[in-house]
Design a protein around this ligand. Structure first.
Ligand code: FE2
Ligand code: FE2
Length: 261
């Protein structure tokens, strides 16, 4: 078993505890234009965030999960939290009197990309989606003015911050020398592509609740840069055990701080 897997299995088990369900029954008041935009956006997001196939679906996914018992367990625990996101988002869609979405062209294309390219690429793309999703949920939490939906965003952000850190540890175990310039460029290219897809699909809804485009893209850039820096710090600390991980900081804490803003 890889050391980081044991740590993340413990994390996922502990993270199930002390989760306060959003108070979905609180009185609901929201301007109609904002309600419509949020309901539409969160219904689509519910499909993508655990509402579709909630597992790795790459053609070699089963081969990857069978690498070891701990790989299977940690991967399944990660997706168990994704299923929880879908459940929470369903609560928000009901509160907003939205219509659930079961299929879209963009969702089908995304599934196709995940299937075709192999488990490692699928997990890299899912990491990008998680980084961009933290921007999405932070914007909604800041602008939605509805306590239960803001609380839901807080719960999902707490999980996604963990997922991003899990990927950092997983990737640094697989790439102890870090990424070269080409790999970093590829990472940023994928990240900005994911952000563009989200902005093209959901930008109008986020603007309707008060988001500024410049905020969205600056937060995306900060999220991607924060991950790359944290990943390389982790690689350095793994190769130099004398370095303290705490002194180097980690993406989990930096995301936690940002998620409060
Ligand atoms: Fe999620
Ligand atoms: Fe996630």
């Amino acid at each position: 078993m890889k050391a980081h897997q044991q740590k993340w299995i413990r994390h996922f088990e502990n993270n199930r505890l002390n989760r306060k369900e959003p108070e979905w029954d609180l009185p609901f008041v929201m301007e109609e234009k904002r309600r419509h935009a949020l309901a539409w956006s969160l219904a689509e997001y519910q499909l993508g965030d655990g509402g579709g196939p909630c597992c790795l679906i790459a053609k070699d996914a089963e081969k990857y999960r069978a690498t070891s018992a701990s790989t299977r367990e940690v991967t399944d625990l990660w997706f168990r939290e994704e299923a929880e996101h879908s459940r929470l988002l369903s609560g928000a869609v009901k509160r907003l009197q939205g219509n659930f979405v079961t299929d879209t062209l963009a969702f089908r294309q995304f599934q196709r990309v995940r299937r075709l390219m192999g488990a490692q690429f699928e997990m890299l793309v899912l990491l990008q989606v998680e980084i961009i999703s933290t921007v999405y949920y932070r914007i909604i939490r800041r602008h939605c003015e509805d306590a239960p939906i803001a609380a839901m965003c807080g719960l999902i952000l707490r999980d996604e911050v963990g997922h991003i850190s899990y990927h950092r540890d997983r990737l640094s175990a697989d790439h102890p020398d870090g990424w070269n310039a080409l790999q970093r460029m590829w990472f940023y290219f994928l990240g900005y592509s994911c952000a563009l897809v989200l902005w093209l699909g959901h930008g109008w809804a986020l603007r309707a609740i008060g988001m500024k485009n410049s905020d969205f893209f600056s937060q995306v850039h900060r999220g991607l840069r924060s991950f790359v820096r944290s990943f390389h710090r982790r690689c350095v600390s793994e190769k130099n055990p004398g370095f303290s991980n705490d002194s180097l900081g980690n993406v989990c804490s930096s995301y936690t701080i940002k998620s409060r803003t």
